[in-house]
Design a protein around this ligand. Structure first.
Ligand code: HPA
Length: 286
């Protein structure tokens, strides 16, 4: 896996005309369903800065509507940001390691922080459709893990602590900026499920009892792998619907994408302020 990750990173570095070990950027972002428009707000200097996933060796490509499947390098207030526009999911038939692969490539490219965004269903009673939610933690309900199999110590340790997978300092920074920008930001626990079927109302009642505030089909494998690789992790969910059984409305992917697109302005604004602050945090240590 180490070799595949580095082959993909080397390919991207060459496309970007970077030297072998030159960091491509300190901040990586993975954009979820309907949240792709953020990438349009980032300035891109040259055409070489956008690379289709299809061209990157070993890279999984998404079949899901609302995912654009391209890597981009852009600038936010002069700071490099690496953006994965679209992700793959376990329910597409990829294994958990393949799902986490792009997050590991971001780290191999020099990312110290990986920002994961997603669409999810709201379980907590006080959360509304269209709200953004900072992930304080997750519950992995998939029974799967991207790090199954032999561990490569070059990627991270075999056993590692998960008590702070979502970096507290990054969450504090996000909360501070959201308050300054008057962007409502909830915080809660994300239950990660396999999909592709949405949940039953009985499952949602069970997840609530377990302590989940939102539910979705992505992010947790990337978060585990990024934390394993030593990156700081921030997770932001766009709550696109009330989870099954909590409203009269039936769930549909089209509605999820529409609501995510509507919320993407607020998410973009938060990210555009967050990225320079985070970049400064890492550039001080470079
Ligand atoms: N359940 C699972 N995944 C989701 C949901 C949901 O209600 N909404 C968006 N992604």
């Amino acid at each position: 896996m180490y070799n595949q990750i580095h082959a993909a990173a080397t390919f991207i570095r060459e496309k970007l005309n970077l030297k072998a070990d030159e960091p491509a950027g300190r901040i990586g972002v993975i954009l979820g369903s309907g949240l792709g428009p953020f990438a349009d707000k980032v300035s891109v200097n040259t055409k070489e800065n956008a690379i289709s996933y299809h061209d990157i060796p070993g890279f999984p490509t998404s079949s899901v509507v609302g995912h654009r499947s391209q890597f981009m390098r852009g600038l936010v207030e002069g700071h490099q940001v690496l953006i994965m526009q679209g992700r793959v999911h376990r329910y597409e038939g990829y294994n958990a390691a393949q799902v986490a692969f792009p997050a590991q490539v971001l780290i191999a490219l020099g990312a110290r922080a990986v920002i994961l965004t997603n669409a999810s269903g709201a379980i907590h009673n006080n959360f509304n459709v269209g709200d953004l939610m900072l992930m304080s933690d997750h519950i992995n309900l998939t029974g799967d893990n991207p790090l199954l199999g032999a561990n490569d110590l070059r990627l991270g340790p075999r056993f590692f602590d998960m008590s702070e997978c979502y970096t507290p300092a990054l969450r504090d920074l996000a909360k501070h900026l959201a308050a300054t920008l008057h962007i409502p930001l909830q915080e809660g626990v994300y239950a990660g499920v396999l999909g592709p079927s949405y949940e039953t109302p009985a499952e949602i009642r069970a997840f609530r009892t377990l302590g989940a505030d939102a539910v979705g089909m992505s992010t947790i494998f990337e978060a585990i792998a990024a934390h394993h690789g030593g990156a700081e992790v921030l997770g932001i969910s766009c709550l696109t619907n009330k989870a099954a059984g909590l409203s009269a409305q039936k769930l549909s992917h089209d509605d999820v994408t529409v609501i995510a697109n509507q919320a993407s302005d607020r998410l973009s604004s938060l990210l555009l302020h967050l990225i320079p602050e985070l970049a400064k945090r890492y550039e001080q240590h470079d």
